[in-house]
Design a protein around this ligand. Structure first.
Ligand code: HEC
Ligand code: HEC
Length: 287
């Protein structure tokens, strides 16, 4: 028996525009193998690996991470990460040391596939490109008891249920586009709202100061403003779903290796609600 084909996110037939671009793209272009570049002036000239699919090559980076490094939902922002960190993470995906605690998670498995197909020359170009991108705000944080109704998507994010009313947040964090239809066609100027539980931002701030129960503040390694230090990545203003997932991946051992070992004592004592609070606080910071 062959596995059912993955349901690819598809754009309905038509021609599309976004407010900040003079370009238009058809559904075929938006659904195609190459990534569409709505606003070329927004970013440095991108090498082919970022946007162009070569047969048997990796899916182009911008198809998932966008040209600005932000990506759709639940994605790590790559803009301005240290070059050496980007290179190292690709090697970690290749080596099998970086997986998801959620076995079979589609996004992570696809990223592992990309890392495996990438040539070393393409990796050098991609790392140069993303490490030089400017860091820009992307999230608006809303502390709330209720969130727009959503349903889990095959890819792990939550789909908006249009006209679905609201639901209790129930201690979760929900990421939703500011404008679902603009984000669905990858508008790079349409950001994301992070709905977080009431009080989570200040609880998370206290935890970050104390490093959970480890008594080592996150700032010790991630820098005074948590925007990264040396080769240690920024954790400020990044997707809360991604941050929470990484803390679980590290805690569970699914993401392991010498550099991540520094994080082990920090995550060991964190509870599920601590992780939510930290992710809520971190997304409230300037990226
Ligand atoms: C099919 C979608 C997809 C494509 C294409 C893709 N990525 Fe990713 N990438 C992801 C996902 C999802 C993650 C988060 C993985 C996880 O949860 O462990 C990720 C994570 C990463 C990370 C780790 C970021 C961090 O903060 O640790 C780097 C670096 C990265 N990607 C680089 C690239 C580069 C370079 C390319 C192009 C050659 C690329 N990706 C193409 C989906 C993709
Ligand atoms: C002793 C040093 C140290 C401390 C303290 C520390 N971290 Fe880290 N953290 C690291 C290193 C190093 C990495 C990168 C690991 C790698 O290269 O794979 C990392 C990675 C991360 C990542 C994944 C980033 C990404 O892009 O995938 C998150 C999220 C994170 N740390 C959150 C925290 C939080 C929250 C705290 C405080 C509660 C904290 N860290 C405290 C050293 C530290």
């Amino acid at each position: 028996m062959t596995a059912a084909p993955a349901p690819e996110p598809v754009v309905a037939p038509g021609t599309y525009r976004i407010p900040d671009s003079k370009r238009s793209f058809t559904a075929d272009e938006l659904n195609g193998d190459d990534a569409v570049d709505w606003i070329p002036d927004d970013h440095p000239v991108a090498p082919p690996v970022i946007w162009h699919y070569r047969p048997h090559g990796p899916i182009p980076c911008a198809a998932c991470h966008y040209f600005n490094g932000k990506g759709f939902l639940h994605m790590p922002d790559l803009a301005g990460l240290p070059r050496s960190y980007i290179v190292q993470q690709i090697l970690e995906f290749r080596s099998g040391r970086r997986k998801s605690y959620h076995k079979g998670r589609v996004g992570t498995d696809r990223m592992i596939g990309v890392a495996t197909r990438l040539t070393d020359a393409e990796l050098a170009q991609a790392a140069d490109y993303f490490s030089h991108l400017p860091r820009r705000p992307w999230f608006r944080v809303v502390e709330t008891d209720t969130v727009p109704a959503t349903k889990p998507d095959y890819y792990g994010w939550f789909d908006l249920v249009k006209n679905g009313g609201t639901k209790p947040i129930k201690g979760r964090i929900i990421e939703l586009p500011e404008d679902w239809d603009r984000s669905w066609i990858e508008d790079p100027h349409s950001g994301v709202v992070a709905y977080v539980p009431p009080g989570s931002v200040s609880r998370g701030e206290a935890l970050a100061r104390m490093g959970g129960n480890s008594a080592v503040a996150c700032a010790t390694c991630h820098g005074p403003d948590l925007r990264g230090m040396g080769e240690t990545p920024s954790i400020a203003g990044r997707s809360p779903a991604y941050v929470a997932r990484m803390l679980w991946d590290i805690k569970s051992g699914a993401r392991s290796g010498p550099a991540v070992a520094l994080m082990q004592p920090v995550v060991a004592q964190l509870s599920g609600s601590d992780i939510t609070d930290l992710a809520a606080y971190l997304v409230s910071l300037k990226p």
